[in-house]
Ligand binder design. Sequence first.
Ligand code: P6P
Length: 287
Amino acid sequence: MTASDPDPVDDVVATIARSAAEIRQGLVGRRGKADEENPSGETQAEADIWADELLADRLSSIDGVGQYASEERSEIIDAGDDQVYVAVDPLDGSSNLKSNNTMGTVFGIYDEPLPAPGSALVASGWILYGPITTMACARDGSVTKYELTGGGRTVVEEDVTLPDDPLVYGFGGRVPHWHDDFRAYVREIESDPGHKLRYGGAMIGDVNQVLTYGGIFAYPALEDSPRGKLRLQFEGNPIAYLIEAAGGRSSDGTQSILEVEPTDLHDRVPLHVGNTELIDRLEAALE
Ligand code: P6P
């Protein structure tokens, strides 16, 4: 690829950023439940299906895109080219639609056909539908934050890194279903007077707080769900790639999420991300 050739990675990121305002507006009137389930067996919101179709159309028609895959659809769309392969969670946290709480769009751009390990990511990021719409994007080892208005985006911070002193923590899953060693670790984190709870029911809102304030977010392995809840291709890998680019760590409990070898497009993965010191301590606690 020469400097003048279009860069499919830039085009995918720009298309997602340009679509954010329309997705945000399109949530209105689509907050109900569809009578469909996603491949993970979760009931879909009308907005899940609508946002997925919008992004599938736009991203699979970009030159250089070989595949479009989504948490909301069982099959991969063959987009015909062979440079990048896009995995999307169109609306992370759509259960927050009913209560009008924070949600997000998550994307991972791989240079290998899907399903692929996180080590094949070349870029990842998320759109956060909060009081304002923002984007965080990781590429070439660094993270940039943007504010999005209309179809435009403004850089608000470059070379974003997690603060050294962790502040927030959020742990998913029902407490009685946590493994004992994980529960003991949580008690240790909770007992630190310098930490405070932040858990909003949409991973992107919680992970963005970790990126902003430092800390840890986890949706761990559970006694009734050994691989946890979150999906490797669409949530775990993109989040891990960005947090590691911001100087933090990720773990499935024993190793970086990016080293987990996928077996199926909709694999789940126990997800733990945050400040390196907290993730190191977590892995020691789970040994
Ligand atoms: P729970 C949203 O449905 C999601 O996939 C993540 O965004 C979020 O972190 C998690 O599930 C919340 O799960 O079990 O707390 O409702």
